[in-house]
Design a binder for this molecule. Structure first.
Ligand code: NAP
Length: 495
C-alpha cells in the first residue's frame, strides 16, 4: 500500500509525483534499480513506511554519468536566453505547486508546514535568481601590462557535476546547486539523502515539465553512497563535486576527489554562536533566537547552537526564551497547528538526548524540556538550558535539534573569544543596538555569514558558505554560486 498516495489522493499533482517517485531518473526516463532493490522512506512522525525508491547499483550510476555526458554538448550550446527561460519556468512551476511540494517535504522530513512552505519559496527562488544570472555571465578583456598582447578570459561550464545533498532541506539544498549548474551550462547527477528522496524525484518531474532536456538533470538514490560516488568521481568526464552535508563525510569526499583532482564545493556543518549584548532590543533578540534556533526544529546548519547572553540582560532573555519554547506545540509536521515537528530519525533523537544529559551532568540547568518522550515518532521537546559550561559536548558539536543552550558572558572580548572557540565557521548572530559594535564584532568572528539583529540570513542573492571546517566555496550570490560551476579559460592574443 502506498500511504503517500492515500494521503494525497485528492491532489492530482501529488498523484503524478508519487507515480514518478518510483523510478531512478536517468536520461529523462524513470526506471527501477537494475537489481530491483529499494530503499524504504519513513514518516518521522509515525515511523510508518510511506514509500520506497530504487536503490541504484554501480551499473545504474554509470548509466547516469553516461546520460549526463550525452546531454552535455547540446546543453552547453543552448543559448543562455533559452536556458534562462527554462530556469524561469522551473521557478513558476515550483511556485504554482508550492502547497503540494510543502506537504511532501513535511511528510518525509517532518518539518512543519510553515517551514516547508518557507523552504519551497526559498528553493524556487534559486531558479528565479539563476534565470536572471544565466544571461549575465561575462568574460574579461584587457591589454597585458607588457603591451604585447590582449588577455581574453572566457568562462566555460566546468563539465559534469555530481551533486550530493542532505535531508534537512530536501528541496532547497538541491535547487541551490542545480539552478547555478544549469545556468552555467553544466549537466548534473543529483544524489539526494536516503531519508528524503521523494522531494528530489518530485522536482525532477517538474524540471522535465519545465523543459529541462533529458540527461541534463539525473537523479539517483542509493543506500551505499560511498562506492557509487567513488565510481562516479573516477570517471574522467566528471569534473565537479558539490556536496552539502556533515563535515565528516565532506572530508571523506574531499580525499576521494583529490585522487582525480576534481573541483569541490563543500557546504558542511556549523556551530553558530548567537550573541546578545546588554543593549539589545530584548523582544527583537527573542524573536530572532526563536527563528535562528527553531526553524526546522533546530535541524539547520545555520541553527543557533550556542547562545551567549551578556550578564545584564541574561535573566530576562533566559526567562523570555523559556516561556516561548515551552509554549510551542509539538506534533506531526503535516498538522496545520504544529510548531515543532519530529527529528529525522531515532538516532538523531538519541544524539540530542546524549548532548543534553552531558551538559546537565556538567552543571547546566534545565529551564524547560530536556527529556526524550517514549511515544511513537522521533520527537524531542523544545528545551532551554542555562549555565551551560564551555566544556560541554554541545558547545563543540552540532545539536541539530530544538535545544537552546544559554551561557552568560561579561564583555565584548569574551563574547568574541567564546564564539570563535570552535572548529566550525558557518554562521553567527549578533544582537546589539550599537551598530558600530555590531560591525566590529562581526568583523572579528570567524564565520562565513553573520546576521546582525536578524534571526535569518539565507538569501539566494547573497553568498552562502562557511570558513574553517564548515566548508569550501559559496552558493548563491551575485558571482559566487555560478563561478563554482565554471572554469576560466585564458586566451592570449596579439592583434
Ligand atoms: P551526511 O550524513 O553527511 O549526508 C549528506 C549526504 O551525503 C546524504 O545524501 C548522504 O547519503 C550522503 N553520503 C553519506 N555518506 C556518503 C559517502 N561516503 N559518500 C558519498 N555520499 C555520502 O549529512 P546529513 O546528516 O544528511 O545532513 C546534516 C549535515 O549537513 C549537518 O552537519 C549540517 O550542518 C549539514 N548541512 C550543511 C549545510 C550548509 O549549507 N553548510 C546545509 C544543510 C546541512 P545518505 O542519506 O544515503 O546517507
Amino acid at each position: 500500500m502506498n500511504i503517500l498516495q492515500d494521503q494525497f489522493d485528492q491532489d492530482q499533482d501529488m498523484s503524478d509525483y508519487i507515480t514518478f517517485a518510483h523510478g531512478l531518473y536517468i536520461g529523462g526516463k524513470w526506471r527501477p534499480a537494475s537489481d530491483g532493490r529499494v530503499i524504504e522512506v519513513v514518516d518521522p512522525s509515525t515511523e510508518a513506511v510511506i514509500a520506497a525508491v530504487p536503490d541504484a547499483t554501480l551499473g545504474d550510476t554509470a548509466d547516469a554519468v553516461e546520460a549526463a555526458a550525452a546531454a552535455a554538448e547540446a546543453w552547453r550550446g543552448t543559448p543562455p536566453r533559452r536556458r534562462s527561460e527554462i530556469l524561469r519556468r522551473c521557478f513558476e512551476l515550483m511556485t504554482e505547486r508550492a502547497e503540494t511540494l510543502a506537504a511532501l517535504i513535511s511528510l518525509e522530513n517532518g518539518k512543519t508546514l510553515r517551514d516547508a512552505r518557507g523552504e519551497v519559496a526559498y528553493a524556487a527562488e534559486f531558479f528565479r535568481w539563476y534565470a536572471e544570472e544565466a544571461v549575465r555571465i561575462s568574460g574579461e578583456y584587457n591589454l597585458a601590462p607588457s603591451g604585447a598582447n590582449r588577455i581574453v578570459v572566457d568562462y566555460q561550464p566546468i563539465g559534469i557535476c555530481i551533486l550530493i545533498t542532505p535531508w534537512n532541506f530536501p528541496a532547497a539544498m538541491a535547487t541551490r546547486k542545480i539552478a547555478p549548474a544549469l545556468a552555467a551550462g553544466c549537466t548534473v547527477i543529483l544524489k539526494p539523502a536516503s531519508e528524503t528522496p521523494l522531494t528530489a524525484y518530485a522536482l525532477a518531474a517538474l524540471y522535465e515539465e519545465a523543459g529541462v532536456p533529458p540527461g541534463v538533470v539525473n537523479v539517483i538514490t542509493t543506500s551505499d553512497p560511498g562506492p557509487l560516488t567513488a565510481a562516479m568521481l573516477a570517471d574522467a568526464r566528471v569534473r565537479k563535486l558539490s556536496f552539502t552535508g556533515s563535515t565528516g563525510i565532506g572530508r571523506l569526499l574531499l580525499a576521494e576527489a583529490a585522487k582525480h583532482v576534481i573541483s569541490c564545493s563543500m557546504e558542511l556543518g556549523g556551530n553558530a554562536p548567537f550573541i546578545v549584548f546588554d543593549d539589545a532590543d530584548l523582544e527583537a533578540a527573542l524573536d530572532g533566537a526563536m527563528i535562528a534556533k527553531m526553524r526546522n526544529a533546530g535541524e539547520a546548519c545555520t541553527a543557533a547552537n550556542r547562545l551567549y547572553v551578556q550578564a545584564g540582560i541574561h535573566d530576562a532573555f533566559a526567562e523570555g526564551l523559556r516561556r516561548r519554547m515551552a509554549a510551542l506545540r509539538v506534533g506531526p509536521g503535516t498538522e496545520a497547528d504544529t510548531e515543532c515537528g519530529p527529528m529525522i530519525t531515532r538516532k538523531a533523537v538519541a544524539k540530542i538526548d546524549r548532548l543534553v544529559q552531558d551538559a546537565v551532568t556538567r552543571g547546566a540547568k534545565v529551564l524547560c524540556g530536556g527529556e526524550a518522550p517514549a511515544d511513537r515518532g522521533f520527537f524531542y521537546p523544545p528545551t532551554v538550558l542555562a549555565d551551560v559550561p564551555s566544556d560541554s559536548e554541545m558547545a563543540h558539536e552540532e545539536i541539530f535539534g530544538p535545544v537552546a543552550p544559554i551561557s552568560r558572558f561579561e564583555n565584548e572580548a569574551e563574547a568574541i573569544a567564546r564564539a570563535n572557540d570552535t572548529e566550525y565557521g558557518l554562521a553567527a548572530y549578533i544582537y546589539t543596538r550599537d551598530l558600530a559594535k555590531g560591525m566590529r564584532v562581526a568583523s572579528r568572528i570567524e564565520s562565513g555569514m553573520i546576521a546582525l539583529n536578524r534571526g535569518l540570513m539565507s538569501d539566494p542573492a547573497a553568498p552562502f558558505g562557511g570558513v574553517k571546517q564548515s566548508g569550501l566555496g559559496r552558493e548563491g550570490g551575485q558571482k559566487h554560486g555560478i563561478a563554482e560551476f565554471m572554469e576560466a579559460k585564458y586566451i592570449a592574443v596579439t592583434i
